[in-house]
Design a protein around this ligand. Sequence first.
Ligand code: TXD
Length: 310
Amino acid sequence: MRKKVSIIGAGNVGATTALYISELDIADVVLVDVVDGIAKGKALDFMESSPVRGFHVNITGISGYDEIANSDIVVVTAGLARKPGMTREDLLFRNAEIIAGITDQIKRKAPNCIIIMVTNPLDVMAYLAWKKSGFSHNKVIGMAGVLDSARLKYFISKELSISSKDIQALVLGGHGDSMVPLSRFCTVSGIPITKLMSEEKVNELNERTKNAGAEIVEFLKTGSAYYSPAASVAEMVETILKSTKRILPCGAYLSGEYGLKDIYIGVPVVLGPLGIDRVIELELTKEELNSLNSSAETILKSIKLIDTVI
Ligand code: TXD
């Protein structure tokens, strides 16, 4: 029996994730979108590329939830983007309603799956999905750290004119302005990054990483990044399905680690076949811990705001 990954939301991130996962040839993919025909049309289009691209898994597109039954993983990318005149809080409420509804469906139709949350505001939506689903917290995971770290790795590779393959970079905290890139843990083939570039350059690349999402939005005007987010989701899916137990930065539930409780936030975890195997707790400096705490404060504030939906 092939593994099954369902993706809720067949927009930019959802559809591209479906494509990357299919090309890995590791799981059948079910693509769901509330807009009738979108998922079906894209799925059929992908399948028609299979003879050329050489994958054998099946991609199905639907507008209901029956087909997500028995999914090993459900990736949630559905939601709204901020429109002109809409505040971040408006967006928070609208997406919270959408995610609450979707989580209900997941709970009913795929009660044994692992949920990977992608919708923004990421850490808050991951918390909401965990709470609403009643799943154990190791089975609800947020995707952000893999993307943020990938962006930092790319900037470092460009700066040093070297392969990004040998770069290890770690970004913690919430997904957004408050993320915490940890240059102390950033290495190139074991060489600390600070031995290869000046502190100013490190800071500059950290800042660019924090603004990387906004940098893309500024170019695209009508949407946000999707190739790199989708690639990051696919990496998490592959890690889970192949049981490789890699350490990846993910949105994880904390119950005391880093001095934080009852929150989802980006930290390094061992990602196993059952979801988050364990959270890796690093010893942080006072300054790093302060940044993580202020990131956590922002997330906790938003969680409080959607109390009624939860
Ligand atoms: O690092 C990260 N976590 C992120 C998060 C990186 C990139 C994008 N990030 C967030 O993902 C972004 O802020 C959004 O909240 C989601 C999805 O972004 P995307 O760019 O894919 O948005 P689109 O193209 O607008 O697609 C959203 C789709 C669209 O087709 C809607 O019709 C659908 O979601 N949608 C739904 N599908 C199913 N069920 C419901 N209820 C629903 N509501 C909307």
